[in-house]
Design a protein around this ligand. Structure first.
Ligand SMILES: [Zn+2]
Length: 258
């Protein structure tokens, strides 16, 4: 049996493929021994991991939003580990049946990934699409990556929390100031990904967007003010229809392991 894991900034979601699913808060568990227990109990033969951090050639490079690290080489069975957005866009490409798509997800962090001509756009170290850490505006606090001007400081759940702490207000998009900071930054991010990657579909997902469904219309209605018209030609902006695209994507990758 195979085990698929989606390790995000807040939760780990897991599935013994086509058998059993679960979800745990990261702060409640020791991640390494939690996974080792699952492997032992269910006689797992291969593990696939979607990871909310920078991953290259099956190795974790860094993870600004995750404090729980793992050592998959200690599991003692074949494993595959991939960046969570790269996993998600594979599942989105399958769902929309397209070979040209960019996923832009705003959850704990802000990330993107693209499939072009049917292939993942990886970059030299598999870091292509790290939209959350492009320079945007100086903030009065720092990002997990060490910089203080990342767009993730505005267009993500962790960014909203930092602004709420700083302004001593509740971290909710019902607050007008936070709503403006957030939607403005997300429009910049959406326009940037459309312009850089020229996908036929830009699909939006992630916890913040899923819990505030009106945001997709704000992006659709206002994108023409942010992206050049040529980048919008025949491009569609859609809301994800997948409950956990990263987990679905890592299951696609797991099919490659025996
Ligand atoms: Zn950053």
């Amino acid at each position: 049996m195979k085990l698929a894991l989606d390790i995000g900034g807040t939760y780990v979601r897991w599935e013994i493929v086509d058998k059993k699913k679960g979800k745990e808060q990261l702060r409640n568990i020791d991640l390494q021994s939690f996974i080792e227990d699952l492997i032992k109990k269910s006689r797992i033969t291969a593990v696939g991991i979607s990871y909310a951090g920078q991953v290259c050639n099956n190795e974790i490079l860094s993870a600004p939003n995750i404090h729980a690290t793992i050592e998959p080489e200690k599991f003692g069975i074949p494993y595959i580990i991939e960046n969570d957005l790269k996993c998600a866009v594979l599942a989105e490409a399958k769902f929309f049946n397209t070979s040209s798509i960019t996923a832009l997800y705003s959850g704990t962090g802000l990330g993107s990934a693209s499939v072009d001509q049917g292939n993942l756009i990886r970059g030299y170290k598999n870091l292509a699409g790290e939209i959350g850490h492009i320079p945007y505006k100086k903030a009065p606090f720092r990002c997990g990556c060490g910089k203080d001007n990342c767009i993730e400081l505005y267009a993500s759940g962790s960014g909203l929390q930092k602004w709420a702490d700083y302004l001593k207000i509740e971290a909710t998009l019902k607050n007008e100031k936070l709503y403006k900071l957030y939607t403005e930054a997300l429009l910049y991010a959406a326009a940037t990904t459309l312009t850089l990657f020229n996908p036929s579909i830009l699909v939006l997902g992630g916890g913040v967007i899923k819990h505030n469904l009106g945001i997709i219309e704000v992006i659709q209605e206002n994108i023409t003010h942010y992206a050049p018209l040529f980048a919008l030609r025949e491009a569609q902006i859609k809301l994800t229809q997948l409950e956990d695209a990263s987990l679905e994507g890592v299951k696609i990758l797991l099919e490659r392991l025996p």
